[in-house]
Design a binder for this molecule. Structure first.
Ligand SMILES: C=C1C[C@]23C[C@@]1(O)CC[C@H]2[C@]1(C)CCC[C@@](C)(C(=O)O)[C@H]1[C@@H]3C(=O)O
Ligand SMILES: O=C(O)CCC(=O)C(=O)O
Ligand SMILES: [Fe+2]
Length: 375
């Protein structure tokens, strides 16, 4: 398929103007923050209040209690129809594993730049280390460093995470690799349970989406936000909807995640041993637009480093993203696609924002028209 036919938005143009010389070292550039990190006035942080994100205690659902399951699915349904964000507690993930995963982040991001660059992300790839995307975007740079890697729930892929970290960073990262492998396995298991809940809540049965994501090919991302001397002019992660299917985020106690609801930015307060779950664009398409993928961002602060661990659930490569027929009785919101098509769109043509799914759908439909019209 031709992918160079997108009519470029300002963000898409931005993708092709990298700043090669800028090096992100917060301890050095904090004294004189380069313009590329300063966000336009109307996009700067100014949070209005805290969002009362519904908290779902998963214990009853996970142990098969029908009354608790029905109640949980009602709360999920209301949250996902409105903004797509909810919190989960008693999720079955060992709190020791969560704190180990945070400690391993300190270990990785505490290395020197050249050591971290052993895992350097290549320009069009979605895994590896990057410091504020200085080689990918030329403006509105995020004040963060990230390390992303692929996770696969396919049989025979039980060590992809561990192998990736050891290959990139050497044997001293074997222990961290094992911890992130275990963490991703736990996230995959939790996301399949949440998929059951989403299926029940949409009236398509508990196995519909669970089966769809069984062999998921997902992305794990470690977000590291150093303190910033101008937190009111910069952003850790700019406003976007996740293009992926479901995000399970663990933020540390510093806080900084914000969600746009009713045209206002709301801080999502951190809770110990609780995950923030949100619907991404791919699930919004799978639910035929019934469940919302909502705009969010991460702000930074002037005193404390902030960390978050994001597991982005994605379908395996060959799966066609098409809603179950029960959800299409009154028509279709989005065309069929596969996850690699949307991923490529966000890596090569479009910087993920609040319009990614709409821009992608129009681009896909246009490409289909172009290929079906004889020249
Ligand atoms: C598929 C993806 C693209 C981004 C990472 C992710 O795995 C899910 C969310 C996307 C992102 C976080 C949205 C904000 C802009 C972005 C560039 C970032 O700040 O990290 C996005 C990621 C990306 O690498 O394109
Ligand atoms: O760090 C956070 O709280 C949010 C990060 C995020 O939205 C993302 O990585 O997609
Ligand atoms: Fe996100």
């Amino acid at each position: 398929m031709a992918i160079d036919c997108i009519s470029p938005s300002s963000e898409a143009k931005d993708l092709h103007l990298p700043t090669k010389t800028l090096v992100f070292d917060a301890s050095v550039i904090n004294d004189n923050i380069p313009d590329q990190f300063i966000w336009p006035h109307d996009e700067r942080p100014r949070s209005d209040s805290h969002l009362l994100v519904p908290l779902i205690d998963l214990q009853g659902f996970l142990s098969g209690d029908p009354v608790a399951s029905l109640e949980a699915s009602r709360v999920v349904r209301d949250a996902c129809r409105k903004h797509g964000f909810f919190l989960v507690s008693n999720h079955g993930v060992d709190c020791r594993l969560i704190s180990d995963a945070h400690h391993c982040m300190d270990r990785f991001f505490g290395l020197t730049l050249s050591e971290k660059q052993r895992a350097q992300r290549k320009l069009w790839e979605s895994h590896g280390y990057t410091s504020s995307f200085t080689g990918r975007f030329h403006s509105k740079l995020p004040w963060k460093e990230t390390l992303s890697f692929r996770y696969s729930a396919e049989e025979g892929s039980s060590k992809v995470v561990e192998d990736y970290l050891v290959d990139a960073m050497g044997d001293q990262f074997k222990q961290s690799g094992g911890i992130y492998q275990e963490y991703c396995d736990a996230m995959s298991t939790l996301s399949l349970s949440i998929m059951e809940l989403l299926g029940i809540s949409l009236g398509v049965g508990r196995n519909c989406f669970r089966d769809f994501f069984e062999g998921n090919d997902s992305i794990m991302r470690l977000n590291y936000y150093p303190p910033c001397q101008k937190p009111d002019m910069t952003l850790g992660t700019g406003p976007h909807c996740d293009p992926t299917s479901l995000t399970i985020l663990h933020q540390d106690q510093v806080g900084g995640l914000e969600v746009l609801v009713d045209d206002k930015w709301h801080l999502v307060l951190p809770h110990v041993n609780t995950f923030v779950v949100n619907i991404g664009d791919t699930f919004m398409a799978l639910s035929n637009g019934i469940y919302k993928s909502c705009l969010h961002r991460a702000v930074v602060n002037s005193t404390r480093t902030r960390k978050s661990l994001a597991f982005f659930l994605c379908p395996s490569k060959e799966k066609l993203v098409r809603p179950p027929k029960e959800l299409m009785e009154t028509g279709r919101e989005y065309p069929d696609f596969t996850w690699p098509m949307l991923l490529e769109f966000t890596q090569k043509h479009y910087r993920a924002d609040m319009n990614t799914l709409q821009a992608f759908s129009s681009w896909l439909q246009q490409s289909l028209l172009n290929t079906s019209t004889p020249s």
